[in-house]
Structures are given as structure tokens and as C-alpha cells.
Design a protein around this ligand. Structure first.
Ligand code: NAP
Length: 317
């Protein structure tokens, strides 16, 4: 029987399945393992079911025991793992695409609505009974007719585009490669980030964190936005230069932000907290019972496929 380290606590049904399939080391207290502890815990294991909170950088990967053959990441993003270092060590890395697209797109839309319609201020006012209706109370930005710029029109970006289109938004997008017109579904391609920014009344960041995308939203690129644009990020905190975005909020270049992800989570740049127009969530993208169950099942399926065939359709390195 293969031995698996599971670095974070999973939902009960997923842990029951793991117990039937493997000699499994579960993390019942959901302790956040340090890199050293993770290496120590993986002694004698054949694979690790990891989470986005595990920083599997080159040094950590090089210290893993030679018995480790697979890192099955419980996420579609894999910015927490050094893919090249894993490859050099002959360790396969897999992810969980598709199953979290709908739940994450729902949060992507919530960020857009929350930021445009001043939900953070509204909730605060309602909870403290400190409000009275008036014709100009908490006037926000209407989505109907405004332009949504999607950076990263992949699975999640396309689902956000579909919902936003039904709300009357006009969709623009930028990817490194243009989609077929079938896949575009009426969205307008922008060949670079600057041209996307210049047509974005609302920006939705949906691309993966990578060496190429780190701090892509920065002082220079933010200047291309129309004045009073809204910036939302449902992808990864590393893509945004926080100081530049907070400065743009301070200058009212940016009207509001909607954020689910942050550099250095769970901490976030305190500059955001000073802004009532920051609609902020604690990385809730895939947080529904259906989706978390499906993600863990897919991470387990990936282990199964890999141990049976030596390969896996969701291998990313
Ligand atoms: P996906 O289907 O792979 O889509 C990624 C898109 O980004 C592709 O269209 C890709 O197009 C584009 N892209 C990649 N690199 C780019 C670059 N340098 N410049 C411009 N566009 C680029 O991924 P997905 O399933 O939609 O997931 C996207 C990301 O969402 C994940 O990587 C993850 O970090 C994040 N996520 C967050 C949550 C959450 O809880 N908030 C949940 C799930 C996922 P090209 O290759 O043509 O450039």
C-alpha cells in the first residue's frame, strides 16, 4: 500500500476515501507545517497531497526523501511549487483544474459587484444602523454597459465573462494567445496588457501567478486604466504590486478594488484596510462544499492515476 502525506485537513468524506486507498498521514489539527516539518513528515512516503499554503520551493523539494514521486496539489494554481526543481528530482506535480471553475467565477463576480456597488461600506452602514436612505446614498457604478477587461481568459475568465455578459457588460480580454472566435463568445481580444487596461472600466485578474505575471499590475500598467476604474483580483496576490494599487486608490485613479487573494496571505497590505472602497475577501474562490469535495477527489484521482500508470492527465511539469 502506498504511503501518502496529506498536508492540510480535508473534508471528512475525502479523508475517509484516502484512508481506504492508502497508508495515509492526515493532519487532523490542520497545523500549518513549516518547510522543515513537511520534509520530516514526508519521510517514508510515496507522495504528498499538498495545498497552496505549502511553499515547495527548490530548497524544500531538494530535501524531500527520494521515495516521493508525486506532489498532488489541492488547487488549480501551482505557484507554490517550483515545477522545474520537482522535474529535476523526477517528481510529478499535478493540479485540480475544471472542478473549481464555477465556484471561483462566482467569487470573481462577487468581487466585481462588491467593489462597484460599494458593498463594504453598505454592510458597515447597515450593521451599525448608521445610514438613512437618500437619493445619493452610496451611489456606485452600474455594471450594465460598462467594459470588463479580463486578464487571463482561461477556464475561470471565460465563466466570469459569460456571467458578466448576461449582466450587460462588454467583454475585452488579454491572453498571450488569441482564442478562436467560438471560444471568444463575443469578447474582444487586446494584444497586450496596456491595451486591455485602457479599455477596462473594470479589470478582472484571472491569470496564473508565474515569473511572467508577477507584479504585472503595477505603477506603469495601472496608468493605462481609465480614471475611476475598478480593479479586481480572483487569481493570485503575486500578480499585483500592492503599493502601486494602494497609491492608485489614494489618488482616486482607481475607484475601488475587489480582492480575494493577497501577497503573503493571510496578511494583507494594511494600506487596503484604510480604504472603505476595498471589498476584500479571505481567499474564498473555491470555498463551497461541492467544490472542495470535488477538488480533493480529483487530487486523489491524480494520485491513483499516477501510481497505476506512471503518468497523469493533470500533470503540470
Ligand atoms: P487557465 O484555464 O489555465 O487560464 C489561465 C489563463 O491565463 C489562460 O487563458 C492563459 O492564456 C492566461 N495567461 C497565462 N499567462 C499569461 C500571461 N503571462 N499573460 C496573459 N495571460 C496569461 O486557469 P484557470 O483554471 O482559469 O485558473 C486561473 C488562476 O486562478 C489559477 O492559476 C489560480 O491561481 C487562480 N485561482 C484562484 C482561486 C481562488 O480561490 N481565488 C481558485 C482557483 C483558481 P495564454 O496561455 O494564452 O496566455
Amino acid at each position: 500500500m502506498k504511503k501518502i502525506l496529506v498536508t492540510r485537513k480535508l473534508l471528512q468524506s475525502n479523508e475517509e476515501r484516502l484512508k481506504k486507498l492508502y497508508d495515509v498521514k492526515l493532519n487532523s489539527n490542520d497545523e500549518l507545517y513549516s518547510q522543515n516539518k513537511l520534509v520530516e513528515m514526508s519521510e517514508g512516503c510515496d507522495g504528498i497531497l499538498s495545498a497552496l499554503t505549502d511553499k515547495l520551493d527548490e530548497e524544500t523539494i531538494n530535501e524531500l526523501p527520494h521515495s516521493i514521486k508525486i506532489l498532488s496539489n489541492f488547487a488549480v494554481g501551482f505557484g507554490n511549487i517550483d515545477l522545474e526543481a520537482a522535474k529535476k528530482r523526477g517528481i510529478a506535480v499535478t493540479n485540480t483544474p475544471e472542478v473549481l471553475t464555477d465556484a471561483t467565477a462566482e467569487i470573481g463576480i462577487l468581487l466585481i459587484l462588491g467593489a462597484c456597488r460599494r458593498a463594504a461600506e453598505g454592510i458597515e452602514g447597515a450593521r451599525s444602523s448608521n445610514w438613512k436612505w437618500s437619493a445619493d446614498y452610496l451611489i456606485g457604478k452600474q455594471l450594465t454597459g460598462s467594459r470588463l477587461g479580463i486578464l487571463g481568459m482561461g477556464r475561470i475568465g471565460k465563466k466570469i465573462a459569460k456571467i458578466a455578459k448576461s449582466l450587460g457588460m462588454i467583454i475585452h480580454y488579454h491572453n498571450r494567445s488569441k482564442l478562436s472566435s467560438d471560444q471568444e463568445n463575443g469578447a474582444i481580444y487586446q494584444k497586450d496588457l496596456k491595451s486591455l487596461m485602457s479599455v477596462s472600466d473594470v479589470l478582472s485578474v484571472c491569470c496564473p501567478a508565474s515569473k511572467e505575471t508577477v507584479n504585472m499590475i503595477n505603477k506603469e500598467t495601472l496608468e493605462f486604466l481609465p480614471k475611476g476604474a475598478v480593479v479586481t483580483n480572483v487569481a493570485r496576490g503575486d500578480i499585483v504590486d500592492d503599493d502601486a494599487l494602494i497609491d492608485a486608490l489614494n489618488r482616486r485613479k482607481v475607484y475601488a478594488v475587489g480582492l480575494d487573494v493577497y501577497k503573503g496571505e493571510p496578511n494583507l497590505n494594511p494600506g487596503y484596510l484604510k480604504h472603505k472602497s476595498a471589498f476584500i475577501l479571505p481567499h474564498l474562490g473555491s470555498a463551497t462544499k461541492e467544490t472542495r469535495t470535488a477538488m480533493a477527489n480529483l487530487a486523489i484521482d491524480n494520485l491513483e492515476e499516477f501510481f497505476k500508470s506512471g503518468n497523469c492527465k493533470n500533470k503540470v511539469n
